[in-house]
Write a protein that binds this ligand. Structure first.
Ligand code: D41
Length: 678
């Protein structure tokens, strides 16, 4: 290397370390030691040196936080370890029940001792995941639905408190936390927006969400976002500590911002004291929180508790009580849902409550409306808790005007004029129009296309409104028959977006049986049930023809669900739609299903752990295949593991399997067990 380059390289390294240190002091420790002007000089010096030596620019240089090009769209990220949701509680007795349940499930491990909990504020922001490979920040993603989120790496790089490099020997380190906007930053941003005659945000959470969702990272860079880590995700080559609190200590050592308000407490009394402490501190915190989070502190106990559905059993959010305001109930409209359910909706004089302006609120059903004794013209109390949908709590009877009017359920559907009927014993009235009713058709299509169903990118509610109103689409199968010409004729639809939508529709053809079952919108068949059904049957024809008693054998399927599935497939019209969809090319991998699992097969009843990368299939596919053969697929290796399937670049799980003497299968061996005849 020429001398000048050697010097530059040295100075660049020193400047980066210096600048990183100041960013950390300013944004994480809140204790800056130099002025902004001095920081800026150092920064400009680095920029100049990097301009002279562009080959010395590295991805973790502080200059690389800004300047990335705008994107056309965010790409999807699959969370290798799902980002679970948190159960909610408002009342003290729910917290006592949480502690009791944990203790009961951990009886052997804790005996009579009080359980230790890690407590932290519940940031009212957006959950994200940060991935570091060999210490370098490589990917940042939103939580999305917990399974897939959006790749917002460029935007997260602009957040100064997120380190671009961490000093760790971990091959893989995933840090999870919340992005938010501090109250002061929010006020300043809104003042700036107003001065520019641009959109002002209703609350810090919306401002943070809007800023993170910018396709142009230069816009995000102008928005003062903060980050706080709340835990670890997937790690490889990293020795996990024993407790959540120690994991947080480690994160702080690695220079991630963590809350200063955390505590480790014992038992329900400890939880109650912490809640009181934070409730008092709430208004003086620099950011919005909507409650606190309690987590069983020992990670081994967390593992033992596991999770149900999408929420861990070892953690719970204790939310602050809802906020309330009064306003006028100006009218009651009705809305038609996907299954024809008619929901009365309160039209309210707009009121600011719990951080947003509310002008509508669902009234659920007629009975509820009568029970609450609501009349049009009433002054009502509107309640809103955190991100929960606002509700009309009650009328203030003393303020009722003499001309207050009773709500009358319309006899005919406002959308399609079909009769509205209420079945015996059911609380909801329904439009009888079925898929003739445009409102139901729209909802059914949106349900079909949503991310967790067939995931048709680009098919939002405005488009669905148009294609239904113009008679272009009657059933989901019609989506697969749309052409560019028909779509280009729609409002605000250029040929390019039409083509994008068609690409999205084409891409959705390859799906899974579980998604397909969920997409059909069978009453009582949610995502989890659809997955259980797919696992059990593995094959659509067998599922459609299954008698009630077979359906009842499926995990978590009771008589109501089984009836509903039977009724759905007994209608020739529904079978017709299914056949049309298959004819249009919608397909998935069919399997033998659990129902047919050979109880003597090599994986039946075994616990299997997948690690590393398989060349012949994705991890999810491997999991599906194993489960179809009766195996339980687990995330971590323990003495109870029967097999570890080790693909390329297997890490700590393989080491652990070998240490515990667990049988390890290579990919080739695994495939030979999967397909013994092939
Ligand atoms: O401050 C938060 N909003 C927060 C969210 C937190 N302090 N801890 C959290 N812990 C979890 C688990 C226990 C599931 C790892 C969370 C969240 N989850 C969470 N945020 C959004 C969905 C779930």
């Amino acid at each position: 290397m020429p001398d000048d380059r050697v010097h530059a390289a040295g100075e660049i390294a020193a400047l980066r370390a210096e600048l990183d240190e100041h960013l950390h002091r300013y944004h994480v420790l809140d204790q800056p030691t130099i002025s902004d002007a001095v920081y800026d000089q150092l920064y400009q010096r680095l920029v100049a040196l990097e301009e002279q030596h562009p080959d010395l620019i590295t991805a973790d240089s502080p200059t690389q936080r800004v300047g990335a090009k705008p994107l056309d769209a965010f790409s999807e990220v699959t969370h290798r370890l799902p980002m679970l949701s948190l159960g909610n509680a408002f009342a003290d007795d729910e917290i006592a029940a949480f502690d009791k349940r944990c203790r009961a499930l951990l009886e052997d491990a804790v005996g009579d001792e009080l359980l230790e909990y890690a407590c932290e504020p519940k940031f009212d922001g957006l959950a994200i995941s940060l991935t570091y490979v060999d210490g370098l920040f490589v990917q940042g993603a939103t939580r999305g639905d917990g399974t897939t989120g959006e790749d917002v790496t460029q935007n997260l790089k602009t957040v100064r408190s997120i380190p671009l490099r961490v000093r760790t020997t971990a091959r893989l380190l995933e840090v999870r936390g919340e992005v938010l906007m501090q109250r002061r930053d929010f006020e300043l941003l809104n003042a700036r927006q107003a001065a520019k005659d641009e959109k002002v945000f209703v609350n810090p959470r919306n401002a943070a969400a809007g800023s993170l969702r910018q396709l142009d990272p230069r816009v995000t860079a102008e928005r003062p976002l903060s980050f706080f880590a709340y835990g670890l995700g997937l790690t490889e080559g990293f020795a996990l500590p024993d407790t959540h609190s120690a994991a947080m200590d480690l994160l702080a050592q690695l220079r991630f911002p963590i809350t200063t308000e955390r505590a480790v407490v014992l038992g329900v009394t400890g939880l109650r004291n912490y809640f009181e402490h934070i409730s008092k501190a709430r208004s003086s915190l620099p950011f919005d929180i909507d409650g606190v989070v309690y987590k069983v502190n020992k990670l081994a106990l967390q593992q033992q508790l596991g999770f149900v559905s999408r929420a861990p059993r070892f953690a719970i959010a204790h939310k602050f009580p809802a906020e309330e305001a009064t306003t006028i109930l100006e009218g009651i409209d009705v809305q038609v849902g996907r299954t024809g359910a008619i929901t009365p909706v309160a039209r309210l004089k707009p009121v600011f409550v719990g951080g947003t302006t509310v002008s509508n609120a669902t009234l659920h059903n007629e009975d509820e409306l009568r029970r609450k004794d609501l009349k049009i013209g009433d002054t009502v109390i509107v309640r809103r808790a955190g991100d929960v949908i606002p509700e009309v709590a009650s009328p203030i009877l003393s303020l009722r005007p003499v001309d207050a009017r009773e709500f009358v359920m319309p006899a005919r559907c406002p959308e399609c004029d079909s009769a509205i009927m209420k079945l015996e014993g059911e609380a909801v009235a329904r439009c009888t129009g079925g898929l003739y009713c445009p409102a139901q058709r729209k909802q059914a299509l949106l349900h079909f296309a949503q991310r967790r169903a067939l995931n048709i990118e680009g098919l939002g509610d405005k488009l669905v409104d148009q294609i239904v109103e113009r008679g272009l689409v009657h059933s989901p199968a019609d989506l697969y028959r749309l052409g560019v010409a028909a779509l280009s004729s729609l409002e605000r639809m250029a040929e390019k977006s039409a083509q994008n939508l068609l690409d999205g529709i084409a891409a959705s053809k390859q799906t899974t049986l579980a998604r397909f079952m969920f997409a059909l919108g069978i009453r009582h068949v949610g995502e989890a049930t659809a997955r259980d059904l797919a696992k059990h049957f593995g094959n659509l024809d067998r599922l459609m023809d299954a008698p009630l008693d077979e359906l009842l054998r499926v995990n978590d399927v009771g008589p109501v669900v089984a009836q509903s599935i039977r009724q759905f497939f007994d209608q020739p019209h529904n079978r017709e739609v299914v056949e049309q969809l298959r004819a249009c090319g919608v397909h998935w991998l069919e399997t033998a299903g659990n129902a047919a699992v050979d109880a003597k097969g090599p994986f039946a009843g075994k616990t299997v752990v997948l690690t590393g990368t398989l060349s012949s299939m994705s991890r999810d596919d491997a999991k599906d295949r194993l489960e179809a053969l009766g195996a339980k697929v687990s995330a971590s290796v323990s003495k109870k593991t029967d097999f570890v399937v080790a693909g390329a670049e297997s890490g700590s799980k393989l080491d652990k399997a070998q240490a515990l003497g667990v049988a390890v299968l290579t990919e080739a061996e695994f495939l030979s067990y999967l397909n013994p005849t092939e």
